[in-house]
Design a protein around this ligand. Structure first.
Ligand SMILES: [Zn+2]
Length: 61
C-alpha cells in the first residue's frame, strides 16, 4: 500500500478529486491529499469495466 510521503495519507483513500480526464491510456485523475500534495493517477481501462463519460468538470483556469 502506498502512502503520501508527506503526511502518510493512504493513496487508496482519495481526499479530494480536482479533475478527471478521459485519455487513450485510461482515466487520468488529479487528486489533492489532505496535506495539499497534488497527485496524478492513471486508471488504465480494464476489460469489462464501464466508464461513464459525458460529465466533465469545468477546466481550471
Ligand atoms: Zn499528504
Amino acid at each position: 500500500m502506498e502512502e503520501c510521503p508527506r503526511c502518510g495519507w493512504p493513496q487508496t483513500e482519495v481526499y479530494e478529486v480536482l479533475s478527471r480526464h478521459l485519455t487513450s491510456e485510461g482515466v487520468v485523475s488529479y487528486t489533492r491529499c489532505a496535506c495539499g500534495e497534488m497527485q496524478v493517477r492513471v486508471q488504465p481501462y480494464t476489460p469489462g469495466a464501464v466508464v461513464t463519460a459525458g460529465h466533465e468538470p469545468p477546466a481550471p483556469g
